[in-house]
Design a protein around this ligand. Sequence first.
Ligand code: DGL
Length: 269
Amino acid sequence: MAVGIFDSGLGGLTVLDAVQKRLPDVPFVYYADSAHAPYGVRTSDDIYDLTTRATQALFDAGCDLVILACNTASAAALRRMQESWIPDDKRVLGVFVPLIEALTERSWGDNSPPREVDVKHVALFATPATVSSRAFQRELAFRAIGVDVEAQACGGVVDAIEDGDMILAEALVNSHVDALKRKMPTPDAAILGCTHYPLMQAQFQAALGEDVKVFSQANLVAESLADYLSRRPEMIGGGAGGFLTSGDPKRVSDRATQFLRRQITFEAA
Ligand code: DGL
């Protein structure tokens, strides 16, 4: 057994890297559904079917706890999975809540009524499916009042990153930030609501300007997972970690090695 980390492709590696640094003794199995990425342009039914299939593969690999290191899956599928699909002895957690807790200055499990917070104008950058789910606004409304959210669907960025075309990814980030600024000229904070986007964090920050606080998920999810496992240590299990993909293991390994700057070897799922 190990803790499972799932993403449609390579974006979840930004989360994996942070959780491995925070929890060096915990084994992780990473699953990249590269054959079906990107998820962000799919329907919610499709995202639900693919996410449950990949999560089942991680359960079958011996994981009792799976982190959906994918905002699109967390937004479009997690609630439905929690309502009717996840077996009693397994847990599946998403990546939205730790981010929103940080933005709204809350600690884990603080379920007090929504209140005013420091940030007032928030730019959300995410995939088209995450933006249309409005899951971010829904979770935020449980915790904060008076926050204006402007969401920008960043079409094309995930495909460019998965293809390793960072020049195109940069150009797309600039154009999506411009589009956002036309709707909200001076955001106080920006949320990178897709786990692929930290790979472009410097570009987002440069395009937004230094005054905008950019929230990125990886470290927040790592802290939240460390806290969860301190309360539920039995969910760690034992056994070996590894990397699985539904795509071409050689191609996915090469890209992952390039992104994390260390040798990563994927096996066929
Ligand atoms: N990295 C994922 C996310 O956080 C998925 C991107 C995609 O497959 O479109 O949304």
